[in-house]
Design a binder for this molecule. Structure first.
Ligand SMILES: Nc1ncnc2c1ncn2[C@@H]1O[C@H](COP(=O)(O)OP(=O)(O)OP(=O)(O)O)[C@@H](O)[C@H]1O
Length: 268
C-alpha cells in the first residue's frame, strides 16, 4: 500500500519579477505530479536546476502547499510540518552555542525536557551517526561531514516515518560524500521509514535509491520513474550500474538542453 502519495500536484508561484509578462506574474513550477511510494522506499529526485525538486520535497514536509492536488503520508493529508517528517538540509543549520548532544536533542528542548532527559535521549543517535567522543563539541569544532551527521541524528531523534533530505551531501568533499552515502544506506537498511532525497548527482541517486524520479525542465513533471534493481553495496563501475547511468544521463541532458533553450528565449 502507498505510504506517501502525491496526487495531481500543481504549484503556481506568484513571481512579479519574471520577464514573460503574458503569464501575469504566475509561474507554473510543478505541473500535475502524481507519485506513490511504499514504506521503506528510498526515492531520489533528480532533474535540471529549477525543475521543482525542492518544492516537491517542501510540500511533503508541509512547508509549501500545492496550488491544487494533495499530499498524504500514511493516509493523512499534509497541512503543515509535523514530527512524523524529519528534514535534513544542505547546511546542517546547527545552533552554534549548543554542544552536539543538545543540537541533536533540540526538539526535546522545545518540549521543555530536562538536560538529563535530553542527554540520555541523544546518546543512541550519537552512536548511530558515529559521533561518539564528540558529544560535547560545538558546531564550530566539527567538519562538514560531522555537522551533517548531527543534522541527520537530530532528524532521527524525532522517530519520523519519513526523512526528507535536500542535497545534504552537496557541500562535502568527494571522499566524505562517499562515506556519508554508505552510512546513509546502512542507516536506511535498519530504518523502518521512507527517505526522499533531492540530488543533482546521477551517481549519488543510483548509489542510494530504490527509485529515481527524473523530473522535466520547468514546469516540473515526472519524466521517468525508474526502479533501481542493483545489489548493495552498489559498485559504480559495473556494466549494470552504467546502463542505468546512461539512461538517466540521456534524460537529464535532454531536459537541461530544453532549460537552456528556454533561458535564451527569455533573455531575448
Ligand atoms: N517561494 C517562491 N516564490 C517564487 N518562485 C519560487 C519560490 N520557490 C521556488 N520558486 C521557483 O520554482 C521553481 C522550482 O524551484 P525549486 O527550488 O523547487 O527547484 P529545484 O529543482 O530544487 O532547483 P535547484 O536544483 O536549483 O535547487 C524555480 O523556478 C524557482 O525559481
Amino acid at each position: 500500500m502507498a505510504f506517501i502519495e502525491l496526487n495531481n500536484i500543481v504549484k503556481v508561484f506568484k513571481d512579479k519579477k519574471r520577464k514573460d509578462k503574458n503569464s501575469g506574474g504566475d509561474m507554473l513550477a510543478i505541473d500535475n505530479v502524481t507519485l506513490s511510494l511504499g514504506k521503506k522506499e528510498f526515492l531520489c529526485l533528480l532533474g535540471p536546476s529549477g525543475c521543482g525538486k525542492s518544492t516537491l520535497l517542501n510540500m511533503i514536509a508541509g512547508f509549501e502547499h500545492p496550488t491544487s492536488g494533495s499530499v498524504t503520508v500514511d493516509g493523512k493529508p499534509i497541512t503543515g510540518p509535523g514530527a512524523d517528517r524529519g528534514m535534513v538540509f544542505q547546511q546542517a543549520n546547527l545552533m552554534p552555542w549548543l554542544p552536539v548532544w543538545d543540537n541533536i536533542a533540540f526538539s526535546l528542548k522545545l518540549q521543555g525536557k530536562s538536560a538529563a532527559e535530553r542527554r540520555a535521549a541523544a546518546q543512541p543517535f550519537i552512536e548511530t551517526v558515529k559521533l561518539k567522543g564528540f558529544e560535547n563539541h560545538f558546531p564550530a569544532e566539527l567538519s562538514g561531514g560531522m555537522a551533517q551527521r548531527v543534522g541527520i541524528a537530530r532528524a532521527l531523534l524525532q522517530n519520523p516515518s519519513v526523512i526528507l533530505m535536500d542535497e545534504p551531501f552537496a557541500a562535502l568533499d568527494a571522499q566524505t560524500k562517499m562515506e556519508m552515502q554508505e552510512e546513509l544506506v546502512t542507516l536506511w537498511q535498519r530504518y523502518e521509514g521512507t527517505i526522499v532525497f533531492v540530488t543533482h548527482s546521477v551517481d549519488e541517486a543510483l548509489v542510494l535509491a530504490t527509485k529515481v524520479a527524473v523530473m522535466t525542465h520547468r514546469p516540473g513533471r515526472i519524466r521517468d520513474l525508474i526502479d533501481i534493481d542493483l545489489a548493495r553495496p552498489r559498485d559504480t563501475t559495473t556494466a549494470e550500474f552504467n546502463q542505468y547511468k546512461r539512461h538517466v544521463l540521456s534524460l537529464i541532458r535532454e531536459e537541461s538542453a530544453l532549460a537552456h533553450a528556454d533561458a535564451i528565449k527569455l533573455a531575448a
